[in-house]
Write a protein that binds this ligand. Structure first.
Ligand code: 13P
Length: 250
């Protein structure tokens, strides 16, 4: 059985002091839960300190992005090695905000995926369609392209253990959640694609999270669907109690 994984993507919120406060509260409520894996993804500036505060706990640490280059003249960029050096285990790749606001392409995300794997970081690989793509009937085509291009030349061995996050763009930060049935349909489609690309056992063992306006009130029903193995939470992870309630409802 797949263990549920709930990750909180803090996005561009919380300065250092606020980050320390939030992670301390999360620790108090969620320390050492065995049934659900909990991950937090603070901004770069708080990773080092949050990592120290999480040391000795089973709460995982993720970055929100990284560069596919190792080092050099890439002003403003952060490498996988740098993330490892501050204790990151995971990295969110291809978030729709990176794709739409910062122009990241499927090919950029593929390069990042390869680099993350080679440095021992676990990608949380995000995909999802816009409202226009859904309404014009292109949803599955878009998802398939994101998966095929994002995972191009990634071997089964390298794909194993990585996390996929389905985040319909129209549900992110809008308060509009996909219904459990809508989300389940896409999750099952993603799992089928992974089976075709890799194998049944690999597709069956892959964690596919749902993201997009997940709240304590809808978390249980969403994560109760057959192919929904956790959540990638934005707004509702910025308060420890609402994040903790999502974890409890998983
Ligand atoms: P919201 O939960 O705020 O909709 O954000 C979802 C998300 O983008 C998580 O990565």
């Amino acid at each position: 059985m797949r263990k549920k994984i709930v990750a909180g993507n803090w996005k561009m919120n919380n300065d250092l002091n606020e980050s320390i406060e939030l992670v301390n509260e999360i620790k108090k409520i969620l320390l050492n839960r065995e049934d659900v894996k909990v991950i937090v993804a603070p901004p770069f500036t708080a990773l080092d300190r949050v990592s120290q505060l999480l040391s000795g706990t089973n709460i995982g640490l993720s970055a929100q992005n990284m560069c596919y280059e190792d080092s050099g003249a890439f002003t403003g960029a952060i490498s996988a090695k740098m993330l490892k050096s501050v204790g990151c285990e995971y990295v969110i790749l291809g978030h729709s905000e990176r794709r739409t606001l910062f122009g990241e392409t499927n090919s950029d995300i593929n390069k990042k995926f390869k680099k993350a794997i080679s440095e021992g970081l676990i990608p949380i690989f995000c995909i999802g369609e816009t409202l226009e793509e859904r309404e014009s009937g292109k949803m599955k085509k878009v998802i398939k392209k994101q998966i095929k291009k994002g995972l191009k030349e990634i071997s089964p061995e390298n794909f194993e253990g990585t996390i996929v996050a389905y985040e319909p763009v129209w549900a992110i930060g809008t308060g509009k959640t996909a219904t459990p049935e809508q989300a389940q349909e896409v999750h099952a489609f993603i799992r089928k694609l992974l089976k075709e690309m890799y194998s049944e056992s690999l597709s069956e063992s892959t964690i596919i999270q749902y993201g997009g306006s997940v709240k304590p009130e809808n978390a249980g029903e969403l994560m109760g669907q057959l192919d929904i193995d956790g959540a990638l939470v934005g707004g509702a992870c910025l308060k420890a109690d609402s994040f903790a309630n999502i974890v409890k409802n998983a």
